[in-house]
Design a protein. Structure first.
Length: 145
C-alpha cells in the first residue's frame, strides 16, 4: 500500500484555492517512485461542482489524494525514475491514495468514476500548455536548452 511521507501544509487563498506551503510526498504502493508536490503549488483539492458540496466537499477525507491528482494532471512526473504518467495512471494513483487515506469504498468509487468521466478536458488543457511550452524557445524546460 502507498504511503504519505509528509503532512500537508497549506494556506487558504480565496473561495476555492489553497497554496501548498511545504513539499508533500507520496510513495507509490508498488515502490516504483514518489510523487513530490512542491511548495507553492496552488490546488482546489477535488474539483467537485458546487451543487454537490453538501454531499462531497472539495476538502474531504480524500483531500491529500486530490492534491496528488492535481499535481499529476499538471506535471505528470513521478520522481526517482523521472517518468511521466498518463491520465489513466494519474486517476489510478488518485484511487490508490484515497484507499490509503481510509476513504470509504462508495466515495472512492464515485470520485474515481467522476474523474474518469469528466476530467479529460482538464488533462487535454494541461497537455496543450505543455505542447505550447515545448515550441516556445524562451520557455525554461526541465531538460535544458
Amino acid at each position: 500500500m502507498g504511503t504519505f511521507l509528509d503532512p500537508l501544509h497549506l494556506d487558504y487563498l480565496d473561495g476555492r484555492q489553497w497554496l501548498i506551503t511545504a513539499p508533500f510526498t507520496y510513495q507509490l504502493a508498488d515502490g516504483s517512485g514518489e510523487i513530490r508536490v512542491p511548495a507553492d503549488m496552488v490546488t482546489d483539492f477535488a474539483s467537485i461542482p458546487r451543487i454537490l458540496w453538501t454531499i462531497l466537499a472539495p476538502t474531504g477525507s480524500y483531500g491529500k489524494a486530490a492534491v496528488l491528482h492535481d499535481y499529476l494532471y499538471r506535471h505528470r512526473l513521478i520522481a526517482q525514475r523521472l517518468r511521466l504518467v498518463d491520465r489513466a495512471e494519474a486517476d489510478a494513483i488518485f484511487a490508490e491514495a484515497m484507499q490509503v487515506l481510509g476513504v470509504n469504498w462508495a466515495t472512492r468509487a464515485f470520485l474515481y468514476r467522476g474523474v474518469r468521466v469528466t476530467s479529460g478536458a482538464a488533462w487535454d488543457r494541461y497537455r496543450s500548455v505543455e505542447r505550447a511550452a515545448d515550441t516556445d524557445p524562451h520557455h525554461d524546460r526541465l531538460d535544458g536548452p
